[in-house]
Design a protein around this ligand. Structure first.
Ligand SMILES: Nc1ncnc2c1ncn2[C@@H]1O[C@H](COP(=O)(O)OP(=O)(O)OP(=O)(O)O)[C@@H](O)[C@H]1O
Length: 282
């Protein structure tokens, strides 16, 4: 799957949310989008997911303009994990995971069931399969959502046997929010493994360490535009982070791994005294 985003802009209501965004990503990449709250990350992901079809510019998926792709074709080529997905009805965990397969047919075949079982086991929520989804903890819910998108994406109950190059895209909006460190690692290793099988993965992350460890390419958004894009080393610099997040950091070398470590350099100084605040307001 090749994703080609060419000069897209998007308004929601009266506000222009995205401006002149261009990016390319290819099969096998794990492309991470970062940026401050409100920078436009989720909105960009939603455009790519086909949720905001009134964008200006072009979004090409494997050479096809997204706007002209039938909904069924879109659903069979990409799986989406959205932010703050609320499911208050009393579905069981297994039923939520089954939803990943309903995009193909309302009748689940034995292969569908095997894929769902495999997805639940991969995300270590098989033991929760009969629980009602709303009663789960935040991190458990997120793991079930990962199982659902995995069930949608896979064509076989195995991570390693299928070549997905040119066929599948996985869009993840803050997938590890609320997960403990083990399941954060598990989820991103899963994303990397899928990428190695040819899936194009685009993920919004807030955690610099996870981005540094797993991204093959980074996109930094600021105020609805692309501030910078490139390799982890090119993007995770103190200057870029200061400009996009307003925080002073130091970027160190990991003692064992090749990736950079981002640590905050100043623990205080973000809150000014009331007198200084007053001067800023004036
Ligand atoms: N439906 C909408 N109508 C109007 N404005 C919207 C709508 N959805 C999002 N916005 C605005 O668009 C901007 C970008 O929102 P978006 O959710 O893409 O940010 P984000 O980078 O994902 O932020 P966060 O890190 O908080 O998740 C924000 O200012 C938000 O208030």
């Amino acid at each position: 799957m090749m994703l080609h985003v060419n000069d897209i802009s998007l308004s929601l209501g009266k506000a222009q949310i995205l401006r002149n965004i261009s990016m390319d990503a290819a099969a096998g990449e794990l492309c991470v989008i970062m940026g401050a709250n409100g920078a436009g990350k989720s909105t960009l992901l939603k455009v790519i997911a086909g949720e905001h079809m009134h964008y200006q510019g072009h979004v090409l998926l494997a050479g096809n303009e997204l706007k002209s792709m039938p909904v069924a074709a879109q659903a069979s080529t990409r799986a989406v994990l959205s932010q703050q997905l609320t499911l208050n009805q009393a579905f069981t965990v297994a039923e939520v995971a089954n939803m990943g397969r309903f995009v193909y047919s309302t009748h689940l075949s034995s292969l569908d069931k095997e894929i769902v079982t495999y997805a639940l086991k991969t995300m270590q929520v098989w033991n929760l399969r009969d629980r009602t989804y709303p009663t789960l903890s935040g991190g458990q819910k997120q793991r079930v959502q990962m199982a659902r998108v995995l069930a949608q994406l896979l064509e076989a109950p195995d991570l390693h046997t299928t070549d997905y190059a040119g066929k599948k895209m996985l869009l993840l909006d803050e997938p590890v929010t609320g997960m403990d460190i083990l399941h954060q690692q598990l989820s991103l290793q899963l994303a990397t493994t899928l990428a190695a099988s040819g899936v194009l993965v685009v993920a919004v992350l807030h955690d610099f360490q996870l981005a540094a460890a797993f991204a093959s390419r980074l996109l930094l958004l600021k105020d609805g535009t692309i501030y910078a894009q490139g390799s982890v080393e090119e993007i995770l610099t103190p200057a870029h982070i200061k400009n996009c997040f307003g925080v002073d950091v130091a970027v160190l070398e990991h003692p064992h791994c090749h990736y950079p470590l981002v640590v905050t350099a100043a623990a205080d100084g973000l809150f000014k005294s009331p007198a200084e605040e007053a001067i800023n307001v004036l």
